[in-house]
Design a protein around this ligand. Structure first.
Ligand SMILES: [Mn+2]
Length: 242
């Protein structure tokens, strides 16, 4: 049994939300195929606080979360896109928090969305919106997501932002005595370099669970203090790709 599964940036209501994969993923947790003590939604469950943008299949995800929360405790951590999600979270029976301390094995793990460390958002609101729009257009033009992924990884500004979130998250978690910190927000998956995993490395480990707005979608598993990054590909999609 896992101590926790962490996902972030589902962006329900957005037209690039990977609802099919998300539903299969949540159902496999609910049906006990991926047994976990808790599920952590690490921010930006919603794409915007305009709930009129939620389509039928987005509402179905919320009602699935509602049903799941009877069996698996769910924590919803606030993200910058979530708006007044506290109300919704109490309706679907999940705990809402700004940040969350996860104890696993002998390690203290801090889970928070990470927008707190992204000053670019506040400094350049127009540029951020323009970049988001360009990214969405790329995703529409190329449904295989290759172009959007490549553009993201080639953008110096974007990578610098992701790096700042990483550095500031590590500093924040270190000040408060955590062993590891898990963020979302940047939509860029991250895990510590493998060669640093030795016990001599006392630096805070930084993980990022990526997003569910492009395929493959990412998630973190936590067990006995060990955090691992994975990709989720629903069985039906994996078969189709053969
Ligand atoms: Mn965010």
């Amino acid at each position: 049994m896992l101590d926790a599964i962490v996902v972030s940036d589902l962006h329900l209501g957005g037209d690039n939300a990977q609802v099919f994969a998300l539903r299969a993923f949540l159902e496999s947790i609910h049906h006990g195929e991926m047994p976990t003590r808790q599920l952590i939604l690490n921010g930006d469950v919603f794409d915007s606080h305009d709930f009129r943008r939620l389509k039928k299949h987005h509402w179905k995800i919320l009602s699935l979360l509602r049903r799941m929360s009877d069996d698996v405790p769910i924590v919803w951590i606030s993200g910058n896109h979530d708006g007044p999600a506290e109300l919704i979270s109490s309706l679907i029976g999940v705990q809402f928090a700004e940040e969350y301390e996860l104890l696993s094995g002998d390690r203290r793990i801090l889970v928070l969305h990470g927008h707190q460390f992204d000053s670019f958002l506040d400094d350049h609101p127009l540029l951020t919106r323009a970049a988001e729009m360009a990214y969405r257009i790329l995703q529409r033009v190329d449904p295989s997501f290759q172009m959007a992924r490549r553009a993201k990884r080639a953008s110096k500004t974007f990578l610098r932002c992701a790096e700042l979130v990483r550095e500031r998250a590590i500093a924040y978690a270190a000040r408060r005595g955590f062993d590891a910190v898990c963020c979302g927000h940047t939509h860029l998956e991250a895990e510590p370099p493998k060669h640093l995993e030795a016990s001599t490395n006392r630096r805070v480990e930084y993980f990022n669970s990526g997003c569910w707005t492009e395929s493959p979608c990412g998630y973190l598993s936590v067990r006995d203090g060990c955090i691992s990054l994975h990709h989720y590909v629903p069985e039906a999609m994996a078969v189709a790709a053969l």
